[in-house]
Design a protein around this ligand. Structure first.
Ligand SMILES: [Zn+2]
Length: 302
């Protein structure tokens, strides 16, 4: 399996366009101790020829250009064989609308995520300009299915993760366990567990981590009141369906136990999170627990 981290930040990226917090200032400073990061998206391939994007961020065009593996091999061509969506948050699916240049697309999503993106969305018509422009492949919770054709060696299972509806659909749809999922992606040798949005622990989440060689996990916030203390917001991490990393009951203690022996990364990291700063005590704490912070451009190959 080959893995390319195209983007590792939460919605807004780091630095965020309208933020001058400590991390964002440090991210803009030449030689600063915060590496700039685009919004979360990861590319996965079994053979290095056809690639699957996990989430498609508003920065997808620049992300594709940043990764040679995703460049076209002919006049009109893309190595991107499919796109998987973990949920309907705009930082995870808005990039679909940017991939509208008459290219057939295959999108893997639960029915709830598909409906939330396509229904009542007049902009989606840009992806309905010819029959078969988008082929939706329905992901059913807990059922393993091939990624790509029947001969593909990659298989994916969508796993329900504690979460919530995207902000723009709150009050418009009934919440469902299909609203927010993680993925287990396997080839003959590796098991990748991808959980970039997790509101808290669950037996399903714990089970997905068992025997995984590589783990990506929700690293949005260090603390529950991170935005409130910084004066940058009014909601706690849990209200935004993100499990804080630090403190008693934080994800770090859980992952330190559950991911023993795996290569484990925090991803979807908000620009306010102190783990982005390479010299912070919080960064040292996660490294001491055996975790790392994902960064754009990172490549993993078996
Ligand atoms: Zn900031």
């Amino acid at each position: 399996m080959k893995i390319r981290v195209l983007g590792s930040a939460a919605g807004g990226g780091a630095p965020q366009w309208n933020c001058g917090c400590f991390n964002c200032r440090e991210g803009r400073r030449p030689g600063g101790r915060v590496r700039p990061r685009t919004q979360e998206s990861v590319a996965v391939s079994a053979d290095g020829e056809s690639w699957f994007l996990v989430n498609v961020s508003p920065e997808v065009r620049a992300q594709i250009e940043s990764c040679r593996d995703l460049w076209p091999k002919a006049e009109r061509h893309t190595p991107i064989a499919g796109i998987l969506l973990t949920n309907g948050d705009l930082d995870h699916c808005l990039g679909l609308l940017s991939l509208r240049e008459s290219q057939p697309l295959v999108v893997y999503a639960t029915e709830a995520v598909r409906a939330g993106f396509t229904e009542d969305n007049v902009l989606y018509r840009t992806l309905e300009r010819f029959p078969g422009q988008v082929t939706w492949r329905r992901l059913e919770l807990g059922r393993e299915q091939p990624l790509g054709g029947p001969a593909s060696s990659l298989r994916v299972t969508a796993v329900p993760a504690p979460g919530k509806l995207p902000l723009h659909l709150e009050g418009r749809r009934q919440p469902s366990p299909e609203d927010n999922v993680g993925f287990v992606i396997r080839d003959a040798r590796w098991k990748l567990t991808y959980l970039s949005g997790v509101a808290g622990p669950s037996p399903e989440v714990e089970e997905t981590l068992r025997d995984a060689q590589v783990v990506f996990f929700d690293g949005t916030f260090w603390s529950s009141d991170e935005l409130i203390v910084a004066g940058l917001g009014t909601r706690r991490a849990e209200e935004m369906a993100h499990w804080p990393i630090g403190g008693p009951g934080g994800s770090l203690g859980f992952l330190g136990r559950a991911t023993k022996g795996s290569l484990s990364f925090y991803i979807h990291v908000n620009n306010t999170n102190p783990i982005l700063h390479e010299d912070s005590p919080e960064r040292q704490a996660i490294e001491a627990a055996g975790m790392k912070v994902a960064v754009d451009g990172m490549e993993l190959d078996t």
